[in-house]
Ligand binder design. Structure first.
Ligand SMILES: *Cc1c(COP(=O)(O)O)cnc(C)c1O
Length: 458
């Protein structure tokens, strides 16, 4: 008999979480204007809102905190992090920032101007926000297969080379500051790009004289998928794959709250010294001096350690198998989920779950609220609320997919929690025909509205 799979770590510290009653949850979600971001965390039993900054640091990361050097300039923590980033990514120059969107803000301040075009694969919401805030346009060049949640394709994060070339051909190079490769592609479901696709995209961008920047939040999970799905890479280590991946780019922005398993932090990695100099000006203005930029020394230490742990195969296997456990339990019960399962999250296809509900009533949000009421499980809408209004027409943009995402914090929940979540979703699925009304917007912000929107039940 083959021995079963088991986690590659054991638990040294625990945190109590509490269940609530259905009546309590109905009251709380109403008080929260049916916006899951407005709930207090103690009103949630299993919190799968995001995998961002919610991971559990290891004993080694906690001990690194004690070794932090809090000197303003030239701290040893800065050099420790610089070495880790060079080891793992190969980028010679780096700037610390307080999180991923800050890295975008700094780098895009140096690169993106009004009227620019930024092609990529389903840009993440903050990335798109930072592009549109500068009156530039993000063009999604993801392959069409990504938008069919029933299609089993190993690399749904891939960029369509024909779509990309059409963009590169129809605009002068000085209007295209970069191509953004998001690994893994969060917006289209935590889906990876193949090494082959990354290589081809990079070659095409070079042909047109355009730089390639990675939005690298989940670069290690992408490398795991390359290792397990792309035959030529089966025998390579995660770190070898990561190095090759980044060799096809000119730089990266990183949300360290994802694959570097820290609760706060980010950075920019760059190959070109001149671009590093330009970005440094904005880093000093927005984040802090270039050897700490928005991070304390101890946090840079924990991040350096996290980069090594996050690129270990055993850790990645444990994590991605837990995500697949949730996916399999739902899929086997007939719940429509995106296939194949992503690296950090399972995505429930709300349009197939509630086909009778009009899209104007925010279908995925309606479903996310039902999951909370049913079991105190918090997911998040990746649909029309997130897609925001068209900046010109101010009409709702209806994205191709309307999803509820369950993102798994790293090293936090046990497989029993995962089974509890699956049972909650399956119970809602069994009563789906009774869900006949969604929401309308009572109040919203002009940009990134999903964080603060207030909703009314129809
Ligand atoms: C989380 C994330 C960001 C933004 O990072 P923050 O640390 O949340 O500011 C950017 N891109 C991708 C793909 C992400 O997942």
């Amino acid at each position: 008999m083959e021995l079963p799979f088991a986690e590659s770590y054991k638990i040294k510290m625990v945190e109590t979480i509490r269940k609530s009653t259905r009546d309590e949850r109905e009251k709380w979600i109403k008080e929260a204007w049916f916006n899951l971001f407005n709930l207090r965390s103690d009103q949630v039993f299993v919190d799968l809102l995001t995998d961002s900054g919610t991971g559990a640091m290891s004993d080694r990361q906690w001990s690194e905190l004690m070794l932090g050097d809090e000197s303003y300039a030239g701290a040893s923590s800065y050099y420790k992090l610089k070495k880790a980033i060079r080891d793992i990514t190969g980028f010679e120059y780096f700037l610390p920032t307080h999180q991923g969107r800050a890295a975008e803000n700094v780098l895009f301040s140096a690169l993106v101007k009004e009227g620019d075009i930024v092609p990529g694969n389903a840009h993440f919401d903050t990335t798109k926000g930072h592009i549109e805030f500068r009156k530039a346009t993000a063009v999604d060049c993801t392959i069409d297969e990504a938008f069919d949640t029933t299609l089993d394709h190993p690399f749904k994060g891939n960029i369509d080379l024909e779509k990309l070339e059409a963009v590169l051909k129809s605009h002068p190079a000085e209007k295209i500051p970069m191509v953004i490769i998001t690994v893994t592609c969060n917006t289209s479901g935590g889906q990876p790009l193949s090494m082959q696709n990354i290589r081809e995209v990079s070659a095409m961008a070079r042909k047109y004289g355009i730089r390639v920047i990675f939005d690298a939040a989940r670069f290690a999970e992408n490398a795991y998928f390359i290792k397990t799905r792309e035959i030529a890479y089966a025998d390579k280590s995660i770190r070898e794959i990561v190095r090759e991946m980044f060799s096809y780019g000119d730089g990266m922005t990183m949300s360290s709250k994802k694959d570097a398993i820290v609760n706060m932090g980010g950075f920019i990695g760059l190959r070109d010294e001149e671009l590093f100099r330009q970005a440094s000006i904005f880093n000093i203005m927005f984040e802090g001096y270039i050897t700490y930029g928005g991070m304390s020394g101890r946090d840079m230490n924990a991040l350096a350690q996290g980069l090594y742990e996050g690129t270990e195969f055993e850790y990645l296997e444990t994590r991605i198998k837990q995500v697949a456990l949730l996916g399999n339990l739902l899929h086997e019960a007939g719940v429509p989920v995106q296939i194949p399962f992503g690296g950090h999250a399972i995505f429930v296809d709300a349009l197939r779950f509630l086909p009778h509900l009009p899209r104007e009533q925010y279908v995925a949000q309606t479903l996310a609220v039902e999951f909370y009421i049913e079991g105190g499980v918090r997911g998040v809408e990746i649909g029309t609320l997130l897609a925001d209004r068209d900046p010109v027409t101010r009409l709702d943009r209806f994205p191709k997919l309307e999803l509820v995402r369950f993102a798994l914090p790293r090293r936090v929940y046990t497989d029993n929690h995962i089974r509890y979540v699956a049972a909650t979703v399956i119970r809602v699925y069994e009563r789906r025909n009774t869900i006949t009304k969604g929401f309308r917007i009572a109040c919203e912000a002009p940009i990134l509205r999903h964080f603060t929107v207030a909703l009314e039940k129809l």
